[in-house]
Write a protein that binds this ligand. Structure first.
Ligand SMILES: Nc1nc(=O)c2c([nH]1)NC[C@@H]1CN(c3ccc(C(=O)N[C@@H](CCC(=O)O)C(=O)O)cc3)C=[N+]21
Length: 283
């Protein structure tokens, strides 16, 4: 039976560490500032943004939410970003995805100053990740790595398979695993003999958006399996991309959904904001 990697507990521990780091910053009169832009009324986004706000405020981040109407123009969004770019109290800016059709997500993300782009979604930060420079990197992969480290799972030299190639999870996850000296494979919906590929994985990271797709026959015995998926099944229950019940029997480590990667994604975001404020403190 797999050890269940508890993202809620790991996130609480991280929050204690973060609160202490923020105390130190406050002694230097610096309060980490995070501005979140939420466009429209996507139901899942409301939940995530609420969770972010609660955690950010609890540890002492100056959190501001900018709610914009779903019909807002791109120009107005860009104008707000310009204003936040210039605001010296704001360390990090993020635009919650997805955005409505009339908004060009790339244009919006690239309008954020690279040093304030907490999500690391801008081309500047993508280049920094793959070009081995310091930069801001996406929250979910950062949170996943922290969770693996908390459970003392070896990353260096291991076979890592990332299933999914999205710009916000799959690709940056692969980049960070490579930075940490894993041997990395990216598999996706067009991969042939997927199970044969995933069975090689010591670390299996799944982010495909298909409810309970990865069953025990995809998993190497003893592997660490990280489920980034968030889907609602036929019964309306929140489930991951991994079939928890069967994979639990064969994996060495496994994350639940909810209570796994979700809370650690917020941890990854909060840590990035604090790092940016710490950089401001040394300026
Ligand atoms: N610009 C941008 N940056 C993001 O980081 C970003 C985004 N857009 N869009 C959507 C994804 C998803 N995401 C989550 C945040 C919190 C939970 C979370 O709190 N999950 C809890 C509760 C889940 C629930 O109850 O629905 C859990 O898994 O236990 C999940 C997912 C951030 N994302």
């Amino acid at each position: 039976m797999a050890v269940i990697m508890d993202g809620k507990v790991a996130a609480q521990q991280a929050d204690q560490e973060f609160a202490m780091r923020i105390q130190k910053l406050k002694q230097q009169n610096i309060i980490p500032g995070l501005a979140v832009i939420l466009i429209g009324d996507d139901a899942a986004s409301q939940v995530y943004v609420r969770n972010k706000a609660r955690r950010a405020r609890k540890i002492g981040i100056n959190y501001q939410l900018h709610r914009l109407d779903r019909g807002i123009t791109q120009e107005a969004v860009l104008q707000l970003i310009t204003q936040l770019n210039q605001d010296t109290q704001v360390d990090g800016i993020m635009v919650q995805m997805p955005v409505p059709k009339q908004i060009d997500a790339n244009a919006v993300m690239n309008a954020i100053l690279p040093q304030k782009d907490v999500d690391g979604f801008s081309f500047a930060n993508i280049g920094r990740l793959w070009g081995n420079a310091a930069g801001n990197f996406p929250a979910t992969p950062r949170g996943v790595l922290r969770l693996l480290r908390d459970y003392h799972i070896t990353i260096e030299g291991q076979q890592a398979v990332v299933v999914g190639r999205s710009d916000i999870v799959g690709k940056p996850m692969a980049g960070l695993l490579l930075k940490n000296n894993s041997t990395v494979t990216i598999a996706h919906s067009k991969t042939q003999n997927l199970a044969q590929v995933t069975q090689q994985a010591d670390l299996l990271i799944v982010a495909i958006g298909q409810a309970e797709f990865i069953t025990a026959d995809f998993v190497k015995p003893g592997a660490a399996v990280v489920d980034v998926g968030m889907n609602h099944n036929a019964a309306g229950k929140l489930v991951g991309d991994v079939d928890f019940k069967s994979v639990k029997q064969i994996a060495g480590y496994l994350t639940p959904v909810p209570g796994g990667v979700g809370p650690m994604t917020i941890t990854g975001l909060l840590e990035q904001v604090i790092v940016l404020a710490e950089q401001r403190a040394t300026l």
